[in-house]
Design a protein around this ligand. Structure first.
Ligand code: ASN
Length: 363
């Protein structure tokens, strides 16, 4: 996009790590007001050749990225801000709490109709899940997007994905649908969607997650607005990081010592099992998990490494006194981990933790 005559570019702060800009259409001030909060990822990356689609680096700011998206001035009044600029594999709870804080600040101005977040796709599902848990009060569309190809590549998908995310955020029909993920023409629930393909543009998958799509850049929602089941009003303290919760991946020959290591050496306050099939772990692993519960009060959330389906409560281990075993419902291990972190951060006891997970579809 060129900075044309009808656009006013305002740079509020030249600090690159946290800079704020806006593009305003001067002739149509009744347009929805949208704010982009940029965090990095492949969408903000460049390679050295146009054919390179791996091994690139994050080095594009939102100011540069927005230049590749045409026709926005007719859709919305846009402001954008660089919150951080990192690969999403570097994200931890401190980062998503910082992002959450920026969203809360943006919402509290009362002037925005929608928020777009640019983010790496690798851990987008964790940030989107956290944000959906944390932002239950607002009905304003919050849309997360990214890309699978760097900005320098042939047929980079970032500009279209960002354009569509802005369209979703600016669309009245998006109100009340919770935190959305927009990628490759699909609109999905950030609560359930998961990255399923390591390389392809159509990377996100989630049977519980698809809400709509784009055809010819028109939005088609399949259902009226709704949010996921089981949302809870969390108390979020942005000044603390969340407790350590470790995910242990089930497989043949699983080394049960990892359970002890996680609790005693890593100071994990909770564990999530990515069990086999419908959440099965070897007998000895379940017995040790039960000991961790009885001796250290460590809740164990049973999720599964299978992409679809859930851990039925009937499949939880039946060991006397092991009341700390909880099914994750339809949540995958990485989402279940964040929900347990929120439970621990809010000092919930095991009965309350179980109730929270029972609120999740299938829990
Ligand atoms: N497609 C991507 O965005 C992958 C990148 N490594 C990230 O998650 O930041």
């Amino acid at each position: 996009m060129t900075k044309g005559d009808n656009l006013e570019i305002i740079n509020d702060d030249l600090n690159l790590e946290h800079s704020a800009f806006s593009i305003r259409s001067q002739c149509s001030s009744n347009l929805p007001k949208i704010k982009i909060l940029a965090t990095g990822g492949t969408i903000a990356s460049k390679g050295t050749t146009a054919s390179q689609t791996a091994g690139y680096k994050v080095d594009l700011t939102i100011d540069e990225l927005i230049q590749s998206v045409p026709d926005i001035s007719g859709i919305c009044d846009l402001q954008y801000e660089q919150i951080m600029n990192i690969d999403s594999s570097e994200m931890d709870s401190k980062h998503f709490l910082t992002l959450y804080h920026s969203i809360v600040k943006t919402l509290s101005t009362g002037i925005y109709d929608g928020i777009v977040i640019t983010h790496g796709t690798d851990t987008m599902e964790e940030t989107s899940f956290f944000l959906q848990c944390a932002l239950t009060e607002t009905d304003i569309p919050i849309v997360i997007s990214g890309s699978m190809r760097p900005s320098s590549s042939i047929s980079a998908d970032g500009p279209m994905n960002l354009y569509q995310a802005i369209r979703i955020a600016a669309c009245k029909q998006s109100i009340g649908r919770g935190v959305l993920v927009s990628l490759n023409d699909q609109i999905s629930s950030g609560y359930y969607i998961t990255k399923a393909n390591a390389n392809s543009l159509d990377t996100f998958n989630g049977r519980q997650g698809y809400l709509g799509n784009f055809v010819n850049n028109e939005i088609y929602y399949y259902y009226p607005p709704t949010k996921p089941l089981g949302l809870y009003n969390w108390n979020i303290n942005i000044n603390t990081s969340l407790d350590e919760v470790t995910i242990l991946y089930g497989h043949q020959g699983f080394n049960k010592k990892l359970i002890m290591l996680a609790v005693r050496e890593l100071n994990s306050k909770g564990l999530v099992f990515a069990g086999c099939g419908a959440g099965s772990m070897a007998k000895e692993a379940n017995e040790l998990a039960s000991e961790m519960w009885k001796n250290y009060n460590i809740p164990i959330i049973y999720s599964k490494r299978s992409i679809d389906g859930l851990v039925p409560k009937a499949a939880l281990p039946k060991i006397d006194g092991f009341t700390g075993a909880v099914s994750a419902g339809y949540l995958n291990p990485q989402k279940a981990r964040i929900l347990l972190q929120l439970c621990l951060n809010n000092k919930l006891d095991i009965h309350q933790i179980r109730k929270v997970f029972e609120g999740v579809c299938g829990g």
